[in-house]
Ligand binder design. Sequence first.
Ligand code: ADP
Ligand code: MG
Length: 742
Amino acid sequence: MSSAGLPDPGEGILNRRLSGLLGGKTADALRTKLGLSTVEDLLRHYPRRYAERGELTALGDFDEGEQVTVLGVVVKVETRPMRQRRGTILEATISDGVEDMRLTFFNQKWREKQLTPGRRGLFGGQVSRYRGRLQLAHPEFEMLPDGAPEDDLAALEFAGALIPIYPAVRGITSWQISQAIDLVLAQIGDLPDPLPVDVRSEHGLVGLTDALWGIHRPSSREALDAAVDRLRFEEAFVLQVLLAQRRAETRALTATRRAPETSPLVDAFDARLPFTLTDGQMAVSEQIADDLAAGHPMHRLLQGDVGSGKTVVALRAMLRVVDAGGQAALLAPTEVLAAQHHRSVTGMLGPLAEQGLLGGSEIGTRVALLTGSQRTADRRRALLEVTTGEAGIVVGTHALLQEHVEFDDLALVVVDEQHRFGVEQRAALAEKSRAGTRPHVLVMTATPIPRTVAMTIFGDVDVSTLEEVPSGRAGVTTHIVVPSERPALADRTWQRVREEVEEGHRVFVVCPRIGGADADEEQALLPNDAEDEPQRAAAVLDVARTLADGPLAGLRVGILHGRMSPEEKDDAMRRFADVSAPDGLDVLVSTTVIEVGVDVPDATMMVIMDADRFGISQLHQLRGRVGRGSLPGLCLLVTEAPQGSPARERLAAVASTTGGFRLSDMDLELRREGDVLGSSQSGHRRTLRLLEVAQHEDVIHAARHDAHELVERDPALADHPVLAAAVLALVQDDQAEYLEKA
Ligand code: ADP
Ligand code: MG
C-alpha cells in the first residue's frame, strides 16, 4: 500500500492476495486445495467446461469416488425418519432426462423448500454407492433461478447460455469457485494488457479484461471462443518472448571464433572413415562449422534417430575446434556410456588419437577419459592432459561440468543424449572457458522431439535433424509376444535366441527391474506400478538365472544393471562387445542401462520383458541397440497387457513403425499434453493451460514470429512493462518448478 492508503499502482489488482478480497475460509480453501493465492491465480483458473443452459450433463458417466459437478432437474423429494438412529433423512432424486441420481441429506428437512421438483440446479460432491446405486451424500448445490431478474448477479451468471464448470477438488466446489470469481471480476476494472496493441489488432484478439470476463462469464459461444483465442495466444506469446530474449542474450555473449584456416585433423579423419558421409551429415557439419566461426556461442540441438550417425558429426565438430587450437568435451549421461564413447572415439581416430606416442600421428591429438570412479593415477594423468591442452578431446559424464576440471582452452561442449541443456547449465560453462567467453554447445538426442514441442520448449535453440539413416543398415523387425495368449510363441522366443547365438550374434534381454536386495524400494519407484498390478515386473537377476538354468542353458549369459560398480558395468559391456574373448558373453540380461548410445554391431536380437512397463520412446531407444550393422535385427516385446489396453496400444505403435519421428508424434497423441511438457522435460506445465503443442502449431508459429520482432525492437521490454512482468512471472514459475524437482 502507498502512503495515501491506496493500492500501490505498481502492485496492481492482479497481484493482490485473495485473502484480502474474499472470505477467509474461501481464500484459505482456494489456496490450500488449488494453490490459488492471488487474484491472477484465480482468474487464470479457467472453467474446465461449460454446461449449456437447457442441456443436461449425463449423470451416468462417472464412478464411485469421483468428485463431480452435475446439472440436473429435481424429480422427487422426501424426508423420512432414519431406522437405526434418531433423525431424518432427506432423499432427492435428480435427473438429466436419461439417468437418475439420488442425493441424501441427514437432518436437513428444511432443504425440501430449496429442492422443489421441476427446478434445475447444479450439484456437486463425491460420488458414493449406497445399496448398489450411485449417489451424492450432502452435495453442495445451487438451484438455478427460474426467471432471471436482471440485477441479480447469480441470475446474470445463469441467464447466459453457458454455465462455467470449474475444475473442483474435494473441499471446494465449482460454484464456490464461481462465486469467488464473481467477486473478483467485479473489482478488476480495466486491466493492463501484456499483449501489445499492434499484436492484438494484427490477430484480431480481444483485450485481457474482455478475455477474462469472456472465459469466466461467456455471453455466447462466440464470446467464449474470442476469449480462449486471445488467452491461448497470450500463453504462446509470453513464452516465445522469453525464448526470444534468451536467444538474444546468447547472441550478445561472446565466444572465441573457431574457424581454422585448414583442417588437417578433420580431413585425416574423413579419409579414415570406412564409409562416406550422408548428405545430411555433411549439411549439419557445415551448419556447425558456421556456428563455430561466429563470435557468439553456438547452442544447437542435433536430433536424429538412433544410428543416424550423430556421433560422427559431433566428432568432426570436435576435431574442427582442435584444428583451431581449442579443446572439446564430450559428455555422456552415464559412466558406461562415457567409457564406451572413449573407446569408440579412440577407435575411430586410430593413430590420430595418439599424438606424441610411438606410431602416433603428427597432426593428431589425445583423447582423455575422466570419470569419478577411475583410479587416482589414471585420473591424475588425464587431468594433467586436460589442463595442459595435450588432450584435445575430453570424454566424461555430465558431472565433468560441476567438477573442478581446468581446461587449457575449452572451445566446444558436446552433450550426448540429453533433451534440455538449460540456461543455468550453460551459464555454469562460463567458468570453464577463457575469461569473458563461453564455449559452444552441441546437444545430441536420439529421442526425436516433435517440431512443435521443439519450438515451444527449445525456442532458444537452433535445431538440426538427421532425417536419413545411413544406407546399408538392415533395420529392426518388431513383434509383440503374449505368452498367455500363445505359449508356443514364448518357447519359440528362446529357441530363436539360441539360433542367433549359434550364428555368432549377440542377444539383449531387457527387464524393468534389477531384483534381489532393495527390490521393494526399487519397485516403489517404477512409474507404471499401479496398485492393481500386484505381480512384479521381470527382474534381471531372476531372469538371468532362469534363462541360464533353463531355456538358454549352455550359453554364456551375463548381467548389467545400475547397482553394479562402474568397473563391473564396463567389464560386462566389454565382454558382450567382444564375443571372441575367452570370457565373452552371448546374452546380456540388463535393465535400461543399455538404453542410450550402446553400440554392438553384431547384436541382432532383443527381448524386452514386460515391455508394457516402458514408454514409447524408451522402447524405441532400446530396440535401436540392434540391427545397427548390416545384420537385420529382431525385437520381441513380451507383455501380458490385455488386448485393447493403452499399454498394448503403445506396444502396437512401436511394433508398427521404426520411424522415430512418427513414433514421437504417436506418443504425443497417446499421452496427455501435460506429460510432454511436464515434470520430466520442462517446467512450463502450469503456464500452458490452453495451448496444446500438438494442436496449436499455427498459434505457436505466429506468436514466435511476433515475439522475435518485438524483442528485436525492444530487447529489454522497456516499452512493454506489463509484458515484462508476465515474462518474469513465467521465469519464476519455471524456476519454482525447477527447484521443486531438485
Ligand atoms: P547415433 O549416435 O546417431 O546413434 P552413430 O553415430 O553411433 O549413430 O552411428 C551409428 C553407426 O553407423 C556407427 O557404427 C557409425 O560408424 C555408422 N555410421 C555413421 N555414419 C555413417 C555413414 N554415413 N555411412 C555408414 N555408416 C555410418
Ligand atoms: Mg550416439
